[in-house]
Design a protein around this ligand. Structure first.
Ligand code: ADP
Ligand code: GLC
Length: 508
């Protein structure tokens, strides 16, 4: 909380939710919560492509007790069809090639304010936020997300909602990266935090788009938005934001090294050296509770895990697996190289030969989808694969499985392993990023040191050994389910970062 002393003749803050204290005259003491604009390209309430959508739904809610947090999101078809009433409160002007748009305001069911960009020509289409139904990037992604960044800068500086401006911008990943750059080019010193959820997605575009997007030519250089001859939205965000966070401490260190730095490790090392890079692990929200989850066939808890069996049998039935009392392995994943899907496919033969079964749900690269389907055909009753996305299936798989395979080559945080732990399924995962920070090897899961088939198989064997000892299995399951997974600690770390960013901006 910040306290403002207003003196006679000075402007009264226009921020909504200002709380007047019964103050002593003549100066009025006004206490108001800091206002945070959380800018995101997905939010699980309406649309999500991965973990970013879940974090965007959970983190603002964990912070709203302390701040006036509002969300800014593009008005995709899926947002506008679900959010209910949206009032257009302002028009944001066109700028260079970026079209004008309406600024709508709506609320989530639990009362969180959401600003929605009303621009049908950019956002009213089927498909994910980033790609069309064939998985191909929208050809105008640069304009779509420059529009988002510019709107964020406008709202922050008071040119959006006439009744509200942000004290701080919290940006997420490349789609909102240009916001801090637009503020810097206008000479507006509003503190900005950029959270990197995945450094591998950078928002790279041709340099001939600069003027169309209103990017000054002199920003196209190493100390600016240039990245190996391309325009990089993510680099813009890293370069111009006051503070960078990423979603685990280990990943924060990894990305300062060439192996994980995706070409940005030099810049990120500078941020780290300047104390401007932090790792803050994600939490998981309260809906992940096996004793109350409506998707499950049978509830259970750490104290009484018997209900897991009914969920396992349900998964077997749904995935065409034979009834069995052997170990059940799950894969719930985007099917991309990052996630080590090829390693899971290679490990499958051995798992099956040891009496294990595997249920897979995922979608992504066509080659992985085809390989998984052929694996299932070769092992009927032992490997079941669904290509697609289904939240209920995913939850029942975490609940029914004994192990979750997560051999990600890199993993900034990872939510799936935490969901699995919470539902008593032991993750078998590569010791990297958030997996290294959330899994204690041999205690609440299994870790292996390098993403090779041999190391992965060693960890799987340790899992199978544990499965054969019911007392060890029960102990590890309990440890996994009881591991603290909530958002509270992470939310207070974000508060510290917000404070530091504001202090740094005030001193600048
Ligand atoms: P990422 O964001 O890199 O995909 P995370 O582990 O952070 O990885 O988040 C993935 C989220 O998406 C988890 O909630 C996981 O349960 C969910 N998920 C991934 N694939 C599927 C699927 N095919 N069906 C349902 N949920 C899925
Ligand atoms: C990204 C990362 C994942 C992380 C998620 C949420 O999708 O790949 O590791 O959990 O963002 O931060």
């Amino acid at each position: 909380m910040e306290s403002f002393q207003l003196e006679a003749g000075k402007a009264f803050p226009t921020h909504a939710h200002a709380e007047l204290q019964s103050g002593s005259q003549p100066s009025i003491s006004v206490k108001r919560r800091q206002s945070i604009l959380f800018v995101t390209s997905e939010i699980a309430d309406y649309i999500k492509a991965g973990g970013l959508g879940e974090v965007s739904a959970a983190l603002p809610r964990a912070l709203r007790h302390h701040y006036d947090v509002r969300i800014l999101i593009p008005g995709y078809r899926q947002v506008l069809s679900q959010i209910g009433d949206v009032e257009e409160i302002a028009r944001l002007p066109a700028s260079f090639g970026i079209p004008a748009c309406g600024l709508g305001r709506g609320t989530t069911q639990d009362g969180l304010t959401v600003y929605v960009l009303l621009c049908p020509e950019l956002y009213d289409r089927d498909g994910s936020p980033y790609v069309d139904s064939f998985g191909v990037d929208w050809s105008d992604n640069d304009v779509r997300f420059a529009r988002l960044g510019l709107a964020a800068a406008d709202i922050a500086s008071g040119a959006g909602d006439p009744l509200w401006r942000a004290d701080l911008l919290h940006l997420n990943d490349w789609p909102s990266g240009l916001a801090s750059a637009y503020l810097a080019w206008r000479g507006q010193h509003i503190p900005t935090i950029l959270t990197i959820h995945n450094l591998a997605y950078q928002g790279l575009f041709d340099r001939n788009r600069l003027s169309y997007l209103g990017i000054p030519d002199n920003a196209f250089q190493i100390n600016g938005v240039e990245f190996y001859g391309k325009l990089s939205f993510l680099k813009a965000g890293i370069f111009y934001s006051s503070h960078i966070t990423t979603v685990s401490s280990t990943y924060a260190r990894e990305i300062t090294r060439p192996e994980f730095g995706c070409g940005l490790d030099g810049l990120l090392r500078t941020c780290a050296d300047e104390g401007r890079l932090d790792g803050i692990i994600n939490g998981i929200d309260e809906s992940w509770d096996p004793s109350t989850d409506p998707y499950l066939v049978s509830p259970f808890s750490a104290e009484n895990c018997r209900g897991k069996r009914a969920n396992a049998n349900n998964v077997r039935e749904n995935f065409g697996l034979a009834l069995s009392t052997g170990p059940l392995f799950a894969v719930v994943s985007r099917l991309v190289h990052q996630k080590g899907v090829d390693l899971a496919i290679s490990a499958a033969e051995t798992i099956v030969s040891q009496g294990g079964q595997i249920a897979v749900i995922g979608q992504g690269e066509p080659r992985f989808e085809a390989e998984l389907q052929s694996l299932a055909q070769r092992h009927p009753g032992s490997v079941g694969v669904k290509i697609g996305y289904d939240e209920g299936d995913a939850r029942r798989m975490y609940a029914g499985s004994d192990f979750l395979l997560m051999p990600s080559r890199f993993e900034p945080c990872g939510l799936s392993q935490m969901y699995a732990q919470r539902f008593g399924s032991l993750p078998i995962a590569h010791k990297t990023g958030g997996l290294a920070d959330t899994i204690e090897d041999g205690v609440n899961g299994f870790l292996f040191g390098e993403p090779s088939l041999n190391r992965f198989m060693d960890a799987i064997r340790r899992g199978l050994d544990t499965f054969r000892s019911s007392s060890r299995l029960t102990t590890m399951r309990r440890a996994a389910m009881n591991r603290p997974h909530g958002w509270d600690r992470s939310a207070s770390r974000y508060q510290e970062v917000y404070d530091r960013a504001r202090q740094a901006a005030a001193a600048a």
